[in-house]
Design a protein around this ligand. Structure first.
Ligand code: NDP
Ligand code: 8X3
Length: 249
């Protein structure tokens, strides 16, 4: 069985991706900080071999130790889905909180690099690997008050291109998947637990479901070796750009 290593599998897009890749016949390494969520997911995936790792992607030593602890049967990772990340706050740059900026850059950019660095040796040994980086429409267009979050996802876009160039000689393909508005815990985290404000983001239109994105990721990583899907943007049907969403009252 091929092995998929998914960061941020405790919620949203990462969780749905774990389910979709289990359905596609992968063994899974499911990771996040909330162990109980991952244990619940592993129970739901009964029949699919799944190994849980808990770490904060921002902590390089913890990432390295977790990957080094993988049992032999989960080591030879074929597919890495760099999904863990979030927005923290939505404020003009002149009143933004540097603590939020650090959280976004550390998880969305440095975290992605930490995990890639730890997992790549096993993928190199195997060849024919696939890395899927979860970017965002926000990485391709800045929107008001999105400043640092948008910049963190622009970094993911640039890194995905660079990784694709560097890793092709090792037989590793790289895809960047850029969702638009997906209803997950994303806005709850962005608005620091303000559930009403988070829910208002998705009112008046039908947002994407995590499963819509997971289905695309499943398609990408099951293409034969002569096919690389390099970049995909997935918007909600009522969405034309990051903040251009036609809402019904
Ligand atoms: P969720 O908040 O539902 O899920 C985020 C996941 O990332 C959780 O499993 C969380 O796990 C994990 N995570 C966050 N920070 C860390 C960290 N420091 N260390 C380890 N794990 C972490 O949001 P989404 O599913 O929406 O987000 C997934 C990705 O999709 C993110 O990169 C996000 O930027 C991107 N995205 C989301 C969009 C949306 O509209 N929802 C649109 C475009 C892109 P835990 O808390 O257990 O650690
Ligand atoms: C999440 C989508 O447009 O809210 O990346 O930034 S957006």
């Amino acid at each position: 069985m091929r092995i998929a290593f998914i960061t941020g599998a405790s919620s949203g897009i990462g969780r749905a991706t774990a389910v979709a890749l289990a359905q596609a016949g992968f063994k899974l390494v499911i990771t996040g900080r909330r162990r109980e969520r991952l244990e619940e997911l592993a129970r739901q995936l009964a029949g699919t071999p799944a190994h849980i790792l808990t770490f904060d992607v921002r902590d390089r030593a913890a990432v390295d130790a977790a990957v080094a602890s993988l049992p032999e049967e989960f080591r030879a990772v074929n597919v890495l889905v760099n999904n863990a990340g979030n927005a923290h706050g939505l404020a003009p740059i002149q009143s933004g909180d540097p603590v939020d900026w650090d959280a976004m850059l550390d998880s969305n950019v440095r975290g992605l690099l930490n995990v890639t660095h730890a997992v790549l040796p096993a993928m190199q040994a195997k060849r024919n690997g696939f890395i899927v980086n979860i970017g965002s429409i926000a990485g391709h267009e800045a929107y008001a008050n999105g400043n640092v979050y948008c910049a963190s996802k622009a970094a993911v876009a640039s890194l995905s291109k660079g990784m694709r160039l560097d890793l092709i000689s090792l037989g590793i393909r790289v895809a960047e998947v850029n969702p638009g508005a997906v209803q997950t815990e994303f806005s709850e985290v962005r608005f620091k637990g303000d559930t009403a404000r988070a829910e208002s983001v998705y009112q008046g239109f039908e947002p994407l479901k995590p499963e819509d994105v997971a289905e695309v990721i499943q398609f990408i990583v099951t293409r034969p070796p002569h096919v690389t899907i390099s970049e995909v943007t997935i918007l909600a049907g009522a969405q034309a750009a990051a903040t251009t969403i036609i809402k019904q009252p």
